[in-house]
Design a protein around this ligand. Structure first.
Ligand SMILES: Cc1ncc(COP(=O)(O)O)c(C=O)c1O
Length: 491
């Protein structure tokens, strides 16, 4: 470790252990030693510094009490946190578990945060047109549910979900209600699936690019992620991955995919399913966008095609109704529903009752189907507004991509040399944001795409947002040309 090549100043009045401590602290502060780095054994560092082992041990212990290092018997001493501000009364950073530190990734929080600035037009987070939310109908149904079952608030509920909502969803899927599990968001569904199926070190094959939330959850569970591009759907490549890595499951969002908007054709779905059955590998089919088609309905889901029980299907009301409802569901073999329900019970006991019962009524009275028609129409309008604005304001040599025919995202390729994350930083300062492409890759680095969620932005704001994006892109694009001409390497 080159930073440790400092000299102890023996003539200094500063105690030797304090000099070691200072050097380590500075190296941690400046990032030369990042969390997770293993430090030399006390004896080795002492030898290197021509000091006593006690000097080094004392520095290590002091840094441990400040929460910057952690020793694990038999494994060594590791950097576990950057220093707290001088005013912090207690070193909480050093108490965070190693696995949490290893897997904490702010990408998702930043994505949602980018939607919050009042002056920023945000194409970043994936929300539907919430202006279409049927507030009056929900208020009326809420009153009805409370009149009929006032104890709904005061009682506990089953971990599997309220029977009425399970029944309503089961009818739509033509399955027994026992195969349906209600959850507080598809995020919870993915988390439970990860806890249920993944052992640390397991391999997972997932979409490349793919849903950032799934990447984070599977990674936090200790999985090694391997990407497969559903746009090519090269089945030989998938077989190769299966043989090489023996994945625990294959995760895919094959319909109006997040982030690309791509939908796998029926034939490719069939090939994927056959391969999964042949190698007995479960498929997790994540389908939040299925009902959000804009032109024509998508092909059958993998779940609908499956007659071997290899598919676990999940979906959410977040992308066609409102993300704030936090209601989602899994359709799976009963044994899996049972296992997941037990894990759910441990984590949260059950999903809040009132929302489930209102949603059950919303579906039963066919208001949900009517709402789907409304939302498709509005999303279509917004999609068309985005495509038209992109065409009018942004030259295709700077940004191009296919028109999505469902879901809520446009996936665009940036001109060579433009780095999506850098562009985002500049864009935010001109009052527009988006999701930078880098965050959707689990096992490769690719910075040449961006994702725009068109559904959450009203049409007049779309026009203004694209104009702002055009300004930034043109500026960054011409800088890039200047640099290329001068042959200066791009960062
Ligand atoms: C493919 C996919 N799965 C799951 C989710 C999370 O949905 P929820 O808001 O219900 O947790 C999203 C949200 O963007 C998604 O795109």
């Amino acid at each position: 470790m080159s930073f440790l090549k400092f000299q102890l100043k023996r003539s200094s009045s500063e105690p030797l252990y304090n000099q070691v401590l200072g050097a380590l602290k500075r190296a941690i502060e400046t990032g030369k030693l990042s969390p997770g780095t293993r430090l030399p054994a006390e004896r080795d560092l002492a030898k290197q510094l021509h000091s006593s082992r006690t000097t080094v041990a004392k520095a290590y212990r002091e840094l441990e009490t400040r929460g910057l290092l952690r020793s694990h018997v038999g494994r060594g001493t590791f950097v576990c946190a950057i220093p707290e501000s001088a005013h912090a009364p207690f070193a909480w950073r050093g108490k965070i578990s190693t696995s949490t530190q290893r897997t904490s990734d702010p990408a998702m929080r930043q994505l949602i945060g980018k939607t919050n600035g009042a002056d920023v037009i945000s194409f970043a987070a994936g929300f539907p047109a919430v202006e279409c939310f049927p507030t009056d109908q929900f208020r009326r149904l809420t009153d009805q549910v409370l009149q009929r079952q006032s104890d709904v608030i005061t009682r506990l509920g089953p971990a599997e979900g309220q029977p009425r909502l399970r029944q309503a969803i089961a009818q739509r899927f033509k399955v027994r209600p026992e195969r349906v599990l209600i959850l507080s968001g598809a995020t919870q569904a993915l988390d439970l699936i990860a806890r249920c199926l993944i052992d640390p070190g397991d391999a997972i094959v997932m979409d490349r690019p793919g849903y950032v939330g799934a990447i984070q959850i599977f990674r936090a569970a200790g999985a090694n992620l391997h990407g497969w591009d559903i746009r090519n759907a090269d089945i030989e490549e998938l077989e190769d991955l299966v043989l090489r890595y023996r994945p625990k499951f294959i995760y895919s969002n094959p319909t109006f995919q997040n982030p690309t908007g791509h939908t796998m054709p029926e034939r490719e779905r069939l090939n994927l399913l056959k391969l999964a059955v042949r190698y007995r590998i479960p498929i997790i089919e994540d389908e939040p966008y299925r009902e959000g088609y804009l032109d024509s309905p998508p092909p059958k889901s993998l779940y609908q095609m499956d007659n071997q029980d290899v598919v676990i299907y999940l979906s959410t009301f977040a992308k066609v109704l409102a993300p704030g409802l936090r209601l989602a569901w899994i359709v799976a073999p009963e044994y899996i529903v049972d296992q997941l329900a037990m894990i759910k019970q441990r984590a949260t006991l059950f999903t809040e009752n009132l929302g489930q019962l209102v949603m059950a009524e919303f579906i039963r009275t066919r208001l949900y189907d009517k709402h789907l028609e409304v939302i498709r129409k509005e999303h279509r309008r917004r999609r068309d507004a985005l495509m038209s604005a992109l065409q009018r304001h942004i030259p295709s040599n700077l940004l191009n991509g296919a028109q999505p025919n469902g879901g809520i995202y446009f996936w665009g390729r940036l001109a060579k040399g433009i780095v999506s994350a850098d562009l985002l930083q500049r864009a935010v300062s001109t009052g527009v944001s988006f999701a930078n492409g880098e965050i959707f890759y689990a096992d490769t680095r690719a910075s040449d795409h961006l994702r725009l969620c068109f559904a959450s932005v009203p049409t007049d704001r779309i026009e203004e947002g694209v104009k702002r994006l055009a300004v930034t892109l043109k500026r960054v694009g011409s800088n890039r040309r200047d640099r290329t001409e001068q042959n200066i390497p791009l960062i």
